[in-house]
Design a protein around this ligand. Structure first.
Ligand code: PBG
Length: 326
């Protein structure tokens, strides 16, 4: 066994080229998904205050943006919709001419090869802001399932490539899978937000998606942050119901969860680098307190090192520019 002075771990760190040769994990543009917010209406392109560089777009404003995304070699976008009208049961979420179907059609006309993933949830569409139907002050699991299944179908009928349920109801993957299969969409994969925690890191997103709950919080359906064994059960449940890709969310404070899921299941694994993680970096960078480029690449590399195959990140466009410039 070599020991110092024969063994010197610094030998392989002497030069950039040597370090690159032995680098164990790499951020690849091909693994990134760029989340986008689409608002019902026309002529809207407005920056989100708490997420500098991220905009609300009305559907007809999307083509130039997605053309740029494709030029940057980002393979996929994740769409969130903000409807004009909200109601108790989130009807706008499953309207065939709703904001997401409109957005999908606009994107597919402009850039057919760009993968379109859609977030399937009711919270942006309900007047109370919860992810499901509320009955007696409680988010009712089973009444919500058919509505989620209808929502996913409306996206797929408009051309979505992957549907991504983020509501955390039990049985939603099964309900969505059965409905898609019945309608002839056996080939459409489900990316499930399998282990999604009730996290304060979603703060800026709720402003962006106008989806903050009007009473209570999401802790009766999203996971409790101290738990990791339960995350494995959540993932197992979604796999059993037919999920093709599983996700852990948020990413940065949950790297251990990503690692354990990676070690336990042989499924493609995604991690969501959420709005609060993005906003923290942006805020510090704007003040000159952090080197943004270095910090973002370090964060994304850490998420890969923890075991994620796919990263959903608002930094995708800038990362692509940085990596192509070097
Ligand atoms: C909604 C949803 C949320 C996010 C993705 N889908 C918010 C929530 O559950 O409150 C968070 C994304 C982010 O913070 O970037 N179902």
């Amino acid at each position: 066994m070599a020991i110092f002075p024969q063994l010197r771990l610094r030998r392989l760190r002497r030069a950039e080229s040597l370090r690159a040769l032995v680098q164990e994990n790499r951020v690849d543009i091909g693994d990134l998904v760029y989340p986008m917010f689409v608002v019902e209406g026309r002529g809207i392109k407005q920056e989100i205050t708490s997420m500098p560089g991220i905009f609300h777009f009305s559907p007809e404003q999307l083509p130039p943006e997605v053309e740029e995304i494709a030029r940057l070699k980002i393979p996929a976008v994740l769409l969130f919709g903000i409807p004009e009208h909200k109601d108790e049961v989130g009807s706008a979420a499953y309207h065939p001419e709703g904001v997401i179907p409109q957005a999908i059609r606009a994107i597919k006309l402009a850039v057919p090869e760009l993968l379109v993933v859609t977030d399937v949830c009711l919270c942006e569409y309900t007047s109370h802001g919860h992810c499901g139907v509320v009955a007696n002050g409680y988010v009712d699991n089973d009444q919500t399932l058919p509505l989620l299944a209808r929502t996913a179908l409306s996206h797929v009928e408009a051309g979505a490539d992957i549907v991504a349920p983020s509501d955390m109801m039990d049985g939603r993957v099964k309900a969505i899978r059965e409905n898609l299969d019945e309608k002839g969409y056996q080939h459409i994969p489900i990316l499930s937000y399998a282990a999604k925690y009730a996290s304060a890191f979603y703060g800026p997103f709720r402003e962006a998606a106008e989806s903050a709950p009007q009473f209570g919080d999401r802790r009766s359906y999203q996971m409790d942050p101290p738990n990791v064994r339960e995350a494995l059960r959540e993932v197992e449940q979604d796999i059993n119901e037919g999920a093709d890709i599983i996700m852990v969310k948020p990413a940065l404070a949950y790297l251990d969860v990503i690692r354990q899921v990676r070690d336990t299941f042989n499924y493609p694994l995604a991690a969501y680098n959420v709005s609060g993680e993005y906003a923290m970096v942006k805020a510090a960078a704007q003040r000159g307190w952090l080197d943004e480029r270095q910090v973002v690449l370090e964060i994304l590399t850490a998420i890969k090192r923890a075991g994620a195959d796919i990263i959903l990140t608002y930094h995708a466009k800038e990362v692509s520019r940085w990596l192509q410039a070097t």
